[in-house]
Structures are given as structure tokens and as C-alpha cells.
Write a protein that binds this ligand. Structure first.
Ligand SMILES: *[C@@H]1O[C@H](CO)[C@@H](O)[C@H](O)[C@H]1NC(C)=O
Ligand SMILES: *[C@@H]1O[C@H](CO)[C@@H](O)[C@H](O)[C@H]1NC(C)=O
Ligand SMILES: *[C@@H]1O[C@H](CO)[C@@H](O)[C@H](O)[C@H]1NC(C)=O
Ligand SMILES: *[C@@H]1O[C@H](CO)[C@@H](O)[C@H](O)[C@H]1NC(C)=O
Ligand SMILES: *[C@@H]1O[C@H](CO)[C@@H](O)[C@H](O)[C@H]1NC(C)=O
Length: 259
């Protein structure tokens, strides 16, 4: 009698336990020399995670934050929610001997309603200003005593050396300027060269939102829809009456065993 009871119990457990539906997505996976990774990362299974990871090259695993986006190289795993990553295009541009102004673009990490993803290594704020014709407002706002600058073909980039006092009053931005943030290498503070101060290697960290934690711990999977609002994918019972019968039957057998 014990054997069928046990079998029935596992059968029922398998169907009613919510973890079963997304258990494959909850499983950590090995990725090259990084060890194991887990949700929100997924080994190229879009239904299983928010960020895709391609582990096919063990020495250079790659990560993509949005479909069709840049494949960043994963240099190191620091913890379950921290990675050191490299932007391969930025790396090429920064190594360019011609001081490539194209490298000066916003560091953009995706916004997700399930997860907060941030750059945790230091970054620098650059003011990219359309500086022609000569503009007195810009010149005063970014006075040479406090700001350094880099002249590019169609704009000038102003910045404060991070060694200086903390950035204050950075909300006041002239209309001809846009604000961009880029990762910096603090070992290069003394170089006095913006292109050496910038780095293509940076540390990212993510945390689940409260809703996403609840969803994940309950066996579900967090997703963002097209409008970037949060959804929790959970197991759906299509044949509840059938399950009910199985549960009843299992209770019957179990109670019978105890009389
Ligand atoms: C993973 O990356 C390799 C190259 O490193 C590429 O050949 C392969 O197609 C990628 N896999 C997927 C599923 O995109
Ligand atoms: C840059 O650093 C500041 C201060 O630590 C932080 O608030 C901001 O989110 C960072 N920028 C990016 C793009 O991560
Ligand atoms: C900012 O740093 C530069 C270089 O070290 C220095 O010459 C300048 O005096 C500093 N400016 C302020 C406002 O501290
Ligand atoms: C760069 O990113 C910041 C923060 O995400 C944003 O406020 C800013 O408008 C962006 N700049 C440009 C030029 O897109
Ligand atoms: C993640 O959570 C930890 C602990 O609450 C917090 O210290 C850290 O700043 C958070 N990081 C992000 C990127 O939200």
C-alpha cells in the first residue's frame, strides 16, 4: 500500500507545487569560467529570464540587457547580483589613438519594473554642449577654474575632474547642453586626459523589486511587458476539477492507511 500512496503523493505534489512550472528557470546554470549564474540571467532562453547570457565561449561569456542590444563581455562575477562587464565598442573607441569623440555617449542601462539595475563603479558626468556660435552662458557656467573640457568636431564636452569636490548644482544645465554619464577608472585621475579617465570596464548590480521578490520566491517568474509594467508569470491550473479529484483520492488513501 505504501508504494502507490507515495507515488500518488509525488504525483499530486508535482502538479500543485507552483515551483514546478518555472523550476527550470529557477535553476542556476554554469557559464564558462564564471561559475554559476541565475535569474534574472538566463542561458539564452528568453522565456526564463530578463537578461540573456551567451556562455558558448567559456573565456568570454556575454550578456545582453535588451533584445537586439549590445552584447557586453562578462569579465567577472563578483556576487550573485554583481558583474564586472566590458563594453567592447567603447573599449575600441577609447583605445583609438585619434581620441575618438564617438566614445562620448551615455551609459544606458535598461529600466525594468522587476529589477533595479545600476552602475556601481564610479561614473563621471559630462556636459556635451553645442558650442557654436560662441556662447557666453556656457563659458560662464563651465568656468575653466572648475571645469576641464575636451573639444570635439561639433561640440565641446565639459567635465569636472572627479578628484575635485563632489558635484553640486548639476541640475542647472544650459539648453545647448545634454548630460551624459560614463564609467571612469579612478586610477587614471592624474592623467588629465578624459579619454584615459573613461573606461569600458564597469561594475553593475541589480536588485529585485518587492513585487518581483514575492513572485520569484512564490515559484513564479518576473517579466516586464511592452509597456514596461510588472507581471508575475505563475502556474495556471487548467484542469482544477481533475486535480481536486486526485487530491481527494490521495487523502482517502492516506487516511485509510492511518486507521
Ligand atoms: C553565442 O555566441 C557565439 C559566439 O561567441 C555565437 O556563435 C552563437 O551563435 C551565440 N549563440 C546564440 C544562441 O546566439
Ligand atoms: C553615476 O553615479 C551616481 C552617483 O553614484 C549615481 O547616482 C548614478 O545613478 C550613476 N549613473 C549611472 C548611469 O549609473
Ligand atoms: C579642481 O582640480 C584641479 C586639478 O587638481 C585644481 O587645479 C583645481 O583647483 C580644483 N578646483 C577646485 C574648485 O577645487
Ligand atoms: C543620459 O542618461 C541620463 C540618465 O539616464 C538622462 O537623464 C540623460 O537625459 C541622458 N542623456 C542623453 C543625452 O540622452
Ligand atoms: C541593492 O540592495 C542592497 C541592500 O538592500 C543595497 O545596499 C544596494 O544599494 C541596492 N542596489 C541597487 C542597485 O539597487
Amino acid at each position: 500500500m505504501a508504494f502507490p500512496n507515495l507515488l500518488l503523493f509525488f504525483f499530486v505534489f508535482h502538479f500543485i507545487h507552483p515551483k514546478s512550472a518555472y523550476s527550470k528557470c529557477h535553476k542556476p546554470f554554469r557559464c564558462g569560467n564564471l561559475g554559476t549564474l541565475e535569474f534574472p540571467l538566463s542561458n539564452m532562453q528568453p522565456e526564463c529570464g530578463l537578461f540573456m547570457v551567451n556562455c558558448s565561449s567559456p573565456s568570454i561569456p556575454k550578456i545582453q540587457f535588451s533584445s537586439g542590444g549590445i552584447w557586453y563581455e562578462i569579465h567577472k562575477k563578483l556576487s550573485t547580483n554583481q558583474l564586472v562587464i566590458i563594453d567592447p565598442f567603447l573599449k575600441l573607441q577609447l583605445f583609438d589613438q585619434n581620441r575618438n569623440c564617438l566614445s562620448l555617449h551615455n551609459m544606458s542601462l535598461p529600466k525594468s519594473s522587476s529589477i533595479s539595475l545600476t552602475l556601481i563603479s564610479p561614473n563621471i558626468t559630462l556636459f556635451k554642449c553645442n558650442n557654436e556660435p560662441y556662447n557666453e552662458e556656457i563659458r560662464q557656467r563651465f568656468d575653466p577654474y572648475n571645469y576641464e573640457h575636451e573639444t570635439c568636431p561639433s561640440y565641446t564636452v565639459y567635465y569636472r575632474n572627479p578628484r575635485n569636490a563632489s558635484l553640486t548644482n548639476e541640475i542647472d544645465v544650459p539648453s545647448q547642453c545634454s548630460v551624459i554619464q560614463m564609467p571612469v577608472n579612478l586610477h587614471q585621475l592624474d592623467s588629465g586626459d578624459l579619454f584615459r579617465l573613461l573606461t569600458a570596464e564597469f561594475i553593475i548590480e541589480w536588485n529585485f523589486s518587492d513585487d518581483c521578490s514575492k513572485c520569484y520566491n512564490g515559484g513564479g517568474l518576473c517579466t516586464d511587458d511592452e509597456m514596461n509594467s510588472f507581471h508575475c508569470k505563475t502556474v495556471k491550473f487548467k484542469n482544477t476539477p481533475m486535480l481536486f479529484l486526485i487530491c481527494k483520492a490521495s487523502n482517502f488513501f492516506i487516511s485509510k492507511r492511518h486507521v
